[in-house]
Structures are given as structure tokens and as C-alpha cells.
Design a protein around this ligand. Structure first.
Ligand SMILES: CC(=O)[C@@H](O)[C@H](O)COP(=O)(O)O
Ligand SMILES: NCC(=O)COP(=O)(O)O
Length: 255
């Protein structure tokens, strides 16, 4: 079945708003795991607006031997005070998966995938380094990217489909074209030997339609909507609702 990896960035936003340790990112991750999620995702940003390097280390202990650990970030972002750089974090915690995302400080959130014509050759040695550290490597890619097979040629094993445009179309009530585009890109990736993950702005409202329309998704990483929904229903109930959506969407077994 598709793995649900819960992104706990937003727990850190709340904690950072007051300083101190509450709400605890580690406690939230434990609750999510107890509810049955198959992974924890974090996207530490160099500006440390939410997940910080110390969280990345602490969460590694929480997830170790229990569920997958998915570390997202921009491998080109230079180290700075308080942020050692993405590869250094991967070397420190050896996550299950490193998802590379071409984001910048000025962005409120991730809003596009890689342009491999521009960044492909710069990515190649970094992908090799990350794989040598034991991480499965996934590249954040837009649906409709023409050269999706190149991801495999660069040495990565997965793509993460950027689902923001799909989610926006779904909210407008006209997601058919966006789903078709995602499904087409997923099929091209799968034909090239890549596994397909998906994430960004997925929610209880749109996840079932996404998984029914896009076959063979290995993992969804979900944070913003899930944490917001959990304010009303609690983390345990909310994670279980996502797992039920995944199960009823008939997603395939995880390889
Ligand atoms: C790659 C991706 O879509 C997620 O990592 C998303 O960007 C969440 O990150 P923020 O919580 O920083 O918005
Ligand atoms: N990779 C996507 C992710 O981790 C969560 O994105 P969002 O649900 O916070 O938009």
C-alpha cells in the first residue's frame, strides 16, 4: 500500500512561535507512528523557520527501526550559521530517503520541481554521494516535466511529484487535467524504472481522488493539511483517516 509519511514541519512552526520545547516535534512523531503512519518527513530549511538541525537528529532516534525517515531539502543551499547543509544532515542521520527540492529562502514553501536541463549535471555527483551514504534519492519534479526519464539516468531512484497544482485545481473543482498530467508523468517515470512519490497540499479532501487517478504511488508525504485537520480531530484520528483513504483508494502494495 502507499506509505503515508507525515511531515511534522508545522509542529515546529507552533513550537518556534514561543520558543521552548512545546509542542514537542518528537512527541508528535511518536503519536503519528503509533497511529500507523509509515514514515516521518521533515524539510529543514536553512533559515530554520521550522525544523532545525537539532530536530533532525532527535527525530532520527524516534524513527530508527520503526518507520521510514524522509529528509527533504535543497542540496545546493550553502551551510550557514546553525545550518550545516543538506548533505551534512544526511551524513549525520542516514535517513531512509533524501528528497531533493530546488527551493529558496524567499519561498513561503516549495513551489516547483527541478529543471534538469539547468541542474542535472550539478545533481549527478550529489546523488551519488547521497546514495553512498545509504539514502534512497528522490527528486522533486513537476508533473509534465518533459525529461522525466533523465532522473534515472542521473542515478536517482524516485521522483516526488509536486502536487500543489493538482491540489489547487481540485479545490477549484476541475482536477481532471491535472490528474491526467500527474498520471502521465508517473507512468513515464515508472517506465524509466523510477518509483513515484507525491506531495504538497495533499489533504483528506483530495488524496483519494489523487490516488485513484495516479496509479502506483509508493509514498505520499503530507503535513500542512494534516496538522491543521489534527487541531480539530487529534493526530491519532487524523492519521488513521488518511490511512483509511489510502486503503480505500486501492493503492498498490509498496515495493
Ligand atoms: C517538498 C515539499 O513539498 C514539502 O517539503 C513542503 O515544501 C513542506 O515544506 P514547508 O513546510 O517548509 O512548506
Ligand atoms: N513533500 C511534501 C511534504 O512533505 C508535505 O507538504 P505539505 O503537505 O506540507 O504541503
Amino acid at each position: 500500500m502507499t506509505v503515508l509519511s507525515v511531515n511534522v514541519n508545522k509542529i515546529a512552526v507552533l513550537r518556534n512561535s514561543r520558543g521552548g520545547d512545546e509542542p514537542s516535534v518528537a512527541a508528535a512523531a511518536r503519536a503519528v507512528i503509533a497511529a500507523g503512519a509509515g514514515g516521518i518527513t521533515v524539510h529543514p530549511r536553512p533559515d530554520q523557520r521550522h525544523i532545525r538541525p537539532a530536530d533532525v537528529l532527535a527525530l532520527a532516534e524516534v524513527v530508527r527501526g520503526r518507520v521510514e525517515y524522509n529528509l527533504e531539502g535543497n542540496p545546493f543551499a550553502p551551510a550557514r550559521e546553525g545550518y550545516p547543509g543538506f548533505l551534512a544532515l544526511v551524513a549525520a542521520v542516514r535517513p531512509t530517503q533524501a528528497t531533493l527540492v530546488p527551493d529558496g529562502d524567499g519561498q513561503i514553501t516549495s513551489d516547483h520541481g527541478f529543471d534538469l536541463r539547468r541542474d542535472g549535471e550539478r545533481l549527478r555527483p550529489l546523488i551519488a554521494e547521497l546514495r553512498a551514504l545509504g539514502a534512497r534519492v528522490s527528486l522533486f519534479m513537476d508533473a509534465g516535466t518533459p525529461d522525466i526519464a533523465r532522473v534515472a539516468e542521473l542515478g536517482a531512484e524516485r521522483i516526488e511529484l509536486y502536487t500543489g497544482p493538482f491540489a489547487a485545481a481540485h479545490a477549484r473543482g476541475d482536477a481532471a487535467a491535472a490528474i491526467a498530467l500527474c498520471a502521465d508523468t508517473a507512468r513515464q517515470a515508472q517506465a524509466a524504472g523510477l518509483a513515484v512519490n507525491a506531495g504538497h497540499d495533499l489533504s483528506q479532501d483530495n488524496l483519494g481522488d489523487f490516488l485513484r487517478g495516479v496509479p502506483g504511488v509508493h509514498e505520499v508525504s503530507i503535513g500542512h493539511a494534516l496538522v491543521g485537520e489534527a487541531l480539530y480531530a487529534g493526530l491519532d484520528v487524523t492519521v488513521r483517516r488518511y490511512l483509511a483513504i489510502i486503503a480505500s483508494a486501492g493503492a498498490p502494495a509498496n515495493a
